[in-house]
Design a protein around this ligand. Structure first.
Ligand code: HEC
Length: 131
């Protein structure tokens, strides 16, 4: 998340610079608008790297697209369904801990691979699968 922040900061600086240039010439103003669009195009996908994206790339193969773990891998590894009453009753903190620190032999810890914010959005995504 350092790079997008850097870009944001950079665009902030440009903004100030642009405001300063605004009265000088229309041409430099146009360049400023282009810089804003470019910054937005780079920053937005990074923020959209939401729970859903991470779930699909990192969790789906075991937990299944619907979180029921009804896949071959899910069955072979005895992955529990997110709709299991225990998982529904589990607090966000418990699900967070299972992802961060791992659980049992097959649910590997994601500490160091995912940031706390990414894990939080995964918990939020799992909640949508429990509905
Ligand atoms: C290699 C297969 C595998 C992958 C990949 C995997 N899991 Fe799991 N997961 C498991 C298994 C197996 C369990 C059940 C562990 C147990 O209860 O002993 C589990 C349990 C969990 C639990 C706890 C559920 C409960 O009832 O307490 C959560 C939350 C969870 N996984 C989230 C994730 C997320 C999010 C990802 C992706 C970042 C992920 N898992 C990736 C196999 C996997």
């Amino acid at each position: 998340m350092n790079a997008p922040k850097g870009i944001l900061m950079h665009s902030r600086e440009r903004e100030i610079e642009c405001l300063a240039h605004r009265s000088l010439s229309v041409k430099s103003n146009r360049n400023c608008v282009a810089v804003f669009f470019l910054a937005a195009a780079i920053v937005l996908p990074a923020f959209a790297q939401s729970g859903a994206d991470n779930y699909k790339s990192k969790c789906l193969m075991c937990h299944g697209v619907d979180g029921l773990a009804a896949t071959n891998v899910g069955k072979a590894m005895k992955v529990t369904s997110f709709k299991d009453p225990a998982a529904v009753k589990a607090t966000d903190a418990q699900l967070f801990a299972a992802i961060k620190n791992g659980k049992g032999a097959n649910m590997k810890p994601y500490a160091g691979k995912l940031t706390d914010d990414q894990i939080k959005s995964l918990v939020a995504y799992i909640r949508t699968l429990q509905k």
